[in-house]
Design a protein around this ligand. Sequence first.
Ligand SMILES: [Zn+2]
Length: 282
Amino acid sequence: MIQDIAPKVFHNEYQSVRPAAGDTVFVFREKKVLIAGYENEDIVFPKAGDLDAELQFLFRIDGQPYFLCPPEESERLSEEDTGSGSAFIPLMEARRSTDLPAMFACMTAYHLFTWYDRNRLCGRCGQPLQHSENERMLRCPNCGNCVFPTIAPAVIVGVTDGERLLMTKYADRAYKGWALIAGFCEIGETVEDTVRREVLEEAGIRVKNMRYVASQPWGSDSNLLIGMFCEADGATEIHMDREELSRAVWVQRADVPEMKDNHSLTGYMIEMFRTGKENEAS
Ligand SMILES: [Zn+2]
């Protein structure tokens, strides 16, 4: 999956440091990322020396620091500022690169970009927030409000019925491929409550025998995804939620398509079922 970058190690400890000219910078606009070009089909991201902007330290992978062009600086950059051959490409497209550590860095940078973008002003008194020197935190100089990065937990659920897997397609999303039942954890719910509620809401099915599979930080939507397998309990007739889904069907194991996307927890779980490994979930 996208976070599996070993032997490289992700270090998210905050440091108040300036970039060197050769350090990688992520520049986002909406759900697009700026690339400087391609090298052997892999994406090359801009370097700090290429951009005339105040940059924000993000994290390190091994010893290599990564920086963010903050939202207000990104909006200010013109085409001349970003260099010839550069272009904004959709994050979904950037994910197809084979350089996994770079993709993980890009997705995680986007998570932080979203947080900075939504927290320019204090939510309590409306004054501009200031970055702490010591930690990844924004503080209001007027009222003292402290704002920390937010993570939205959500579940990915593989519902099985013997040799069948409940597969879905979203109703209104850019991603048109096969998916599993998924949804955000609501306030006051356990992960198990979320699984029961989402499967019932989206497919009209009750479940039992829940097993945890794995989790995944998914920065493009500020998520921490929690993967669970469970079994249909009782009636297996599907009553699909047409607001959320365009398809919800039982698929026989032999007919489950091979997942080319080895980055996502959804793809990982579908592959687990297809290859008969769904009971290996801990
Ligand atoms: Zn304030």
